[in-house]
Design a protein around this ligand. Structure first.
Ligand code: FES
Ligand code: FE2
Length: 367
């Protein structure tokens, strides 16, 4: 199922508040060849992304500062973008206007004082990450003050990578709490290779605070998950951690051993607002287990895609119900991480407040 993700949505979904002032994955780097440009929406902002002939990436607000026509409807020669309406020309990395064709000798207007909106962007783990400043903050001229670009943790120099993307028709809050929700596993992800509803048992997990999030601390992975059993062949103690941090990041690492002989699997999953009421899930994974075994990347990708598709199908159905604006319930302990998420988000929006998880706690649920 593919939803249009380059248009303002008409899904009649409740809107979520958005967290600006952070990095979000905008699109796959592999889709941006030299001299090409592509449009997308990120937090409701129309963007045109591209790569200059020199290899430099750019992310521009896809609106001409003259009269608002999308810059993407103009021409990109691999160096500058020219607006198709009156031909103003822009350097796309800075957004600086370099030419206004209608000006005459007697005009005093300086084109170079005019800027199209340009956003900092970086390539990392196969994605173009774009920094979206808080509206009204003005042009960013010093990128060294920005937080670091999120990264998939890697524990050896040789590793393999895979990526998955799925559009979700619900707002970012539902996407994120779906991501950290332990109780849906046996029902949404039931299958012979993962787990069945009959395998439900009581679990105790330890959580500790992170500056803008929380960590499920190292523990032996679910004994009822077949893929985790496979890791055990290395005979080392397996440690896994799952971190959630604002605005939208879940990092899972599974690791046995240390140094270059370590066997590991890491993933960075993000749920990114496309509009205030729709979102997209992106998974970037890296691993070195079974490095030399043929077909493992394809098999991993197949099972990962099935997993994400199960979440996606459930959220498509949930979105049907959410159109009627039902009230929501968050119960203890299974929905406690969701409560922490909402509290952390409110704290960031307010710019003040206490961490909802001041000290480590244990949560209990059956899944
Ligand atoms: S609208 Fe772009 S140059 Fe006039
Ligand atoms: Fe899920």
């Amino acid at each position: 199922m593919r939803l249009r993700n380059d248009q303002p949505d008409s899904t009649n979904q409740p809107a979520a508040e958005l967290l600006f002032g952070d990095w979000y994955p905008a699109m796959r780097v592999a889709d941006l060849g030299k001299g090409s440009m592509h449009t997308t929406l990120l937090l409701g902002i129309p963007l045109v992304l591209g790569r200059k002939h020199t290899g430099e990436l750019f992310a521009l607000r896809d609106l001409c500062p003259h009269r608002g026509i999308p810059l993407s409807s103009g021409w990109f020669d691999g160096n500058t973008i020219q607006c198709r309406y009156h031909g103003w020309r822009f350097e796309p990395c800075t957004g600086q206007c370099t030419e206004i064709p209608s000006l005459t000798q007697i005009d005093t207007l300086q084109p170079t004082k005019i800027y199209a909106g340009a956003y900092p962007c970086r390539e990392q783990d196969g994605y173009v990450w774009v920094y979206l400043p808080t509206p009204g903050m003005g042009r960013i001229t010093d990128i060294t003050v920005l937080p670091p670009v999120p990264e998939v943790p890697k524990f050896s120099t040789r590793y393999r990578e895979a990526h998955l993307t799925a559009d979700l028709p619900c707002n970012v809050d539902h996407g994120i709490i779906g991501l950290m929700d332990p109780a849906h596993g046996p029902f949404v992800h039931r299958s012979w290779w993962w787990r069945s509803a009959a395998s439900i048992h009581e679990k105790t997990k330890r959580f500790e605070p992170l500056p803008e999030g929380f960590r499920m601390t190292a523990h032996a992975p679910s004994a009822n998950s077949a893929p985790y059993k496979l890791l055990g062949v290395y005979g080392e103690k397996i440690e896994t951690t799952i971190d959630f941090t604002l605005p939208n990041r879940r990092v899972e690492t599974i690791r046995a051993g240390h140094g270059e002989t370590a066997k590991w699997f890491s993933s960075l999953t993000t749920v990114t607002p496309v509009t205030p009421s729709t979102c997209r899930i992106d998974v970037a994974a890296a691993w070195n287990i079974f490095y030399n075994v043929p077909l493992v990347p394809q098999i991993a990708k197949y099972f990962g895609a099935r997993f994400v598709q199960q979440d996606q199908e459930t959220m498509v159905q949930q979105a049907e119900g959410l159109r009627y604006r039902p009230a929501m319930m968050l119960i203890d302990d299974a929905d406690k991480p969701a409560k922490w998420y909402f509290a952390l988000k409110q704290r960031r929006l307010a710019g003040t407040g206490d961490h909802p998880l001041p000290v480590p706690v244990e949560l209990h649920w059956r899944s």
